[in-house]
Design a protein around this ligand. Structure first.
Ligand code: HEC
Length: 138
């Protein structure tokens, strides 16, 4: 006969199992699905939303510094080259990113700025569905 007492592990009691279960479920709810964010969205979130806001509308801080709503005609009428230039070299209170981002990343960020201006691809589609709209707009 198999003697359970000789085995080195203890059968976990109900409390332990429940605690593990809660932690596993909570982390599944809290974590967005693996492919929730593309690299460019990650970069935008990490480096740009402090001033430009998750939806490009510009935060209070950003507005104070002079940032414009990315979705406004005045920003959208600028060429990609101009937007790339501003992101790379900076402008007035806008920091320069040419030393911390690759040209390719800056190009993708400018594409992202364009995407934000499209209502169908704006925060509603990209962010709300992923559940971090509420978190970012506190
Ligand atoms: C410290 C605040 C701050 C951060 C962080 C910041 N910006 Fe800006 N950004 C500004 C300000 C202020 C302007 C307006 C500059 C001007 O025209 O005087 C601006 C302008 C811009 C513009 C031109 C359109 C406009 O609103 O005038 C683009 C494009 C832009 N930023 C992209 C980015 C990207 C991409 C990032 C992240 C990599 C970023 N910015 C991070 C402050 C910021």
């Amino acid at each position: 006969m198999l003697n359970l007492k000789k085995l080195k592990f203890k059968t976990p009691d109900f409390k332990t199992l429940a605690a593990v279960g809660i932690v596993v479920c909570a982390s599944m709810v809290a974590m967005p699905p693996a492919r929730a964010q593309s690299a460019v969205e990650e970069t935008y979130k990490a480096k740009c939303i402090a001033c430009h806001a998750f939806d490009g509308s510009a935060t209070a801080v950003g507005k104070k510094l002079g940032a414009h709503d990315f979705r406004s005609p005045e920003v959208q009428k600028m060429t990609d080259q101009e937007l790339i230039e501003i992101t790379a070299k900076g402008k007035a209170k806008m920091p320069a990113y040419e030393n911390s981002l690759k040209p390719e990343e800056i190009k993708q960020l400018v594409d992202h700025v364009r995407e934000l201006a499209k209502p169908a691809n704006g925060p509603s589609a990209m962010y709300r569905s992923r559940g971090y709209l509420a978190r970012e707009s506190r």
